[in-house]
Design a protein around this ligand. Structure first.
Ligand code: NAD
Ligand code: GLY
Length: 385
């Protein structure tokens, strides 16, 4: 993390835009981060994805707030092919939406050299990304993420997918975008709850392997929530750089990329239990999952108890849930059902679950050594409280 050093440079620079490069050989691309980029997206796409006409996929909320600016910018470059507006929410990441979307895109006559523009949060990014990877056996993709979560995580790295009753993101592809445009101004219209949910993924980068960033967030998180543009740009840049480094090293998740799933094995199981509903947002599930991963690590004597307490305290200070009992509503998940959902995790190899555990803040690692009974007992206690 280089927050202090670059602060002075940022203040002197006329153009606050930052570029993070994702190095993947022929599939390399840039992530442009800064205020006001939506109005420049036509220009950015024209130079990074030459000759691509753009079919925009978005959701109703984002369309009402921001589609006009994007459309105007694409029109100025004569790139706008059409747009389609889907229902907001996790339930849109389904086979039904995918097939409808593919047919709409074919109806717009999207060709191989054209681009699908995923304009929205992680739901639109994952669904439109998936459609772009199978349409005509793969068309180009531009991600324009509009939530904090999508800017720091889901728009980068090429994972696309949909959910099924068996689990989250179990059906999908790896399909890298050709360009990512993260306009930090569009975050102003996000609800507090959605902003907080995205913050869980921000804090995750500190918890995985950057203890300095985690400490900085503990001291400076309020700036992020109160429209401090510099803090937002730097935060998105640091997270994207961290993800770019991991993805460049392990694009297909054979090793270090699994660390990005800290908190996700527990979190995904909770999302399935909550029925992919607004009752529990993805980032909220990840927040509970990260707190549980630290707690389990501390119980197993792998991580200092103080670190687990510090992580939970910070997530709570931000307003995020850290325990299963924090989920709204009277009913509680059944530990066996949660365990069965966890067993569907993509990291399972021959029935053996991999866990992202921690030796402390900034020291996540992958373990396949934890006996099933240990986790089942832990879950049973967590579901009781
Ligand atoms: P989301 O896409 O549902 O967006 C959250 C809500 O915010 C939606 O209601 C949306 O309409 C609204 N919204 C979006 N932008 C807005 C804006 N600028 N102003 C006002 N409202 C806005 O959810 P999300 O949290 O962005 O993404 C969660 C999804 O991302 C999950 O499905 C998760 O599995 C996926 N994900 C994927 C990856 C990956 O690597 N592909 C990584 C992390 C998460
Ligand atoms: N969000 C997990 C990954 O991209 O690998």
């Amino acid at each position: 993390m280089a927050l202090k050093d670059s602060g002075a440079a940022d203040r002197m620079s006329a153009d606050p835009t930052k570029t993070v490069h994702v190095g993947l050989g022929a599939r390399s691309y840039d992530i442009e981060i800064g205020p006001g980029l939506l109005g420049k997206s036509g220009n950015l796409i024209a130079s990074a994805v030459p000759n691509a006409r753009c079919a925009v996929v978005t959701d109703e909320t984002v369309a009402k707030l921001h589609l006009d600016v994007l459309k105007e910018s694409l029109d100025r470059e004569r790139l706008f092919l059409g747009s389609t507006v889907l229902a907001p929410g996790e339930a849109t990441k389904s086979f039904t939406s995918l097939s409808g979307l593919c047919e709409t895109l074919l109806g717009l006559e999207v060709e191989r050299g054209d681009a699908v523009v995923a304009f929205g949060g992680g739901v639109i990014g994952d669904l439109a990304g998936f459609a772009s990877s199978i349409l005509r056996r793969g068309v180009r993709l531009v991600q324009i993420p509009t939530t904090l979560l999508a800017q720091v995580d889901s728009s980068v790295g090429g994972k696309t997918g949909i959910n099924s009753p068996q689990g989250k993101n179990l059906i999908g592809t790896f399909h890298q975008p050709n360009l990512v445009i993260a306009d930090t101004d569009v975050l102003d219209t996000l609800s507090k709850r959605e902003f907080r949910a995205g913050y869980a993924e921000v804090f995750k980068y500190g918890l995985i392997k950057d203890a300095g960033f985690a400490s900085w967030l503990e001291d400076n998180w309020t700036g992020l929530f109160t429209n401090d543009t510099q803090a937002r740009i730097r935060t998105v840049e640091i997270c994207c750089q961290a993800k770019a480094d991991i993805v460049s090293e392990d694009e297909r998740e054979h090793g270090s990329r699994a660390l990005l799933n800290l908190g996700h094995t527990f979190g995904h199981a909770l999302e399935v239990w909550a029925g992919y509903s607004g009752r529990l947002l993805h980032g909220e599930a990840v927040s509970i999952g990260m707190a549980l991963a630290f707690e389990l690590s501390a119980e197993l004597g792998l991580c200092p108890q103080g670190d687990a307490e510090r992580v939970a305290a910070h997530l709570r200070a931000v307003g995020l849930p850290t325990e299963i009992k924090d989920i709204e509503g009277e009913d509680r998940p059944d530990a066996t059902a949660l365990w069965n959902h966890m067993a569907q995790d993509k990291k399972v190899v021959r029935g053996k679950l991999a866990y992202i555990l921690v030796r402390g803040i900034g020291q996540a690692y992958v373990s396949r050594e934890i006996p099933d009974a240990t986790v089942q007992n832990f879950l049973a206690r967590k579901c009781e409280r």
